[in-house]
Design a binder for this molecule. Structure first.
Ligand code: DNO
Length: 407
């Protein structure tokens, strides 16, 4: 092909409508980071939820429309709901749970009536995402979120005193946990428990130690096989309605993607996803590809997963993590860490082009940097750290997209 022919081809192919839609999460009017901040960061879309409505209660058209109007007045669109939480009774199939499924369906109908059709949820029992430190010092002076397996073991074995907890850890981890626990003073213990069980932003529940232990034991009795069936049952009930409404229900993977406190985790690996889509093949049964969550397991090959489940991906979370010893990890810079972000975005670009779609993406979390350090924000959701992440990610994507056009 001559250079001028190649030049013509480059002008004909328009890749811009398959670039990821840039979004950020907004926790609603109480979020210290404003909609105007999000717009200035370059967002076209907003990811939000009606956190003021208790878990299990129907979201009314009125409330949904009010949130939508507020976002649109700021010059963006409400791209994705994160999350419409699944009530704990649905997860454990507690007596009377069918009513919560009916409520869920009604919320879906109301969301569709307002033209909102990508809905995130997760199926992690009791806890949503889990970290042990919300202000881990990075060498550059910023602060990050971290998960320390030794802290988790110390809490589990010596504070929660879960029966047989010690059997779930290697001897090394159990010994280090004992050392750690012995060195904690009362205020350290309170702080650790608060971080672990009081609930991070987005998780809709918080527990006392006793409540937590009791609730865990319920899931021990259920076990992973039955728990998986509970997820499938929920989807078998709601997906037919979601299909009709044109809604995509995107499941957020387990974070971290392995069992903690002996709780079943069933959306952690490519095999889990295979089973999920096979058990419930409905077109509404889809995936929120959370790179950071999946990346904690070395046996999750992220680019392969994007290609394999590409048709089911309707929402993307991009962040990086640095895996450490014993399953510990911290959230690293968006472009550096255990994930090869270049390869991952390349796979996303290919899938988006093949499908001819622009998939909403949010930079998932960010460090606290610059003015963030003196301000209050939801852990992981400070303004400047996320802006930096988004800026780096969109630059990388644009570079990849343009170079692929030129090939
Ligand atoms: C953490 C988030 C999660 C996520 C839910 C989805 O930052 O990715 O809280 O929103 O698990 O249901």
């Amino acid at each position: 092909m001559s250079l001028s022919e190649k030049g013509k081809l480059m002008t004909v192919i328009d890749y811009s409508n398959t670039l990821m839609e840039q979004t950020m999460r907004w926790f609603g009017p109480k979020d210290p980071v404003s909609l105007s901040n999000l717009r200035q960061a370059g967002c076209a879309g907003v990811v939000s939820a009606l956190h003021q409505i208790p878990n299990g209660v129907v979201w009314s058209v009125e409330d949904i429309q009010a949130r939508k109007d507020e976002i649109e007045a700021a010059g963006m669109r409400w791209s994705v709901v994160e999350s419409l939480p699944v009530h704990e009774d649905i997860k454990s199939q507690e007596l009377g749970f069918e009513q919560f499924i009916e409520n869920y369906k009604q919320s879906l109908r109301n969301l569709a009536a307002c033209d909102i059709n990508i809905i995130t949820y997760n199926f992690m029992p009791l806890l949503d995402w889990t970290r042990t430190s919300l202000s881990y010092d990075m060498p550059d002076g910023g602060k990050a979120l971290r998960f320390d397996m030794i802290d988790v073991a110390a809490y589990d074995i010596f504070m929660l005193k879960r029966p047989n907890a010690v059997d779930g850890y290697s001897e090394d981890v159990a010994a280090l946990a004992k050392e750690k626990f012995d060195a904690l003073d009362e205020s350290d213990k309170v702080a650790l428990e608060k971080t672990i069980v009081a609930g991070l932003p987005g998780s809709e529940v918080g527990f006392s130690t006793e409540q937590f232990l009791q609730a865990i034991m319920v899931y021990h009795d259920i076990g992973p096989e039955q728990y998986k069936q509970n997820l499938f049952y929920f989807l078998q009930q709601v997906c037919p309605i979601a299909d009709e409404l044109g809604i995509k229900l995107v499941v957020h993977p387990d974070d971290p993607p392995f069992t903690i406190y002996g709780l079943p985790r069933v959306v952690s690996t490519a095999e889990d996803l295979d089973e999920l889509f096979e058990a419930v093949p409905n077109e509404s049964n889809c995936l929120c590809f959370c790179a950071g969550s999946f990346s904690i397991r070395e046996d999750n090959y992220l680019e392969d997963m994007v290609r394999r489940f590409g048709d089911r991906i309707y929402f993307i979370h991009l962040r990086n993590t640095q895996r450490e010893q014993y399953g510990s990890f911290h959230e690293s810079q968006h472009l550096n860490g255990s994930i090869d972000m270049f390869e991952l975005i390349k796979a996303i670009v290919e899938v988006s082009r093949k499908r001819g779609v622009s998939i909403p993406m949010r930079p998932d979390h960010g460090h606290q940097i610059l003015d963030d350090l003196d301000k209050q924000a939801n852990p992981g959701y400070s303004a400047i750290g996320r802006l930096k992440g988004l800026a780096e990610l969109r630059g990388l994507e644009l570079g990849i997209a343009r170079s692929l056009v030129a090939l």
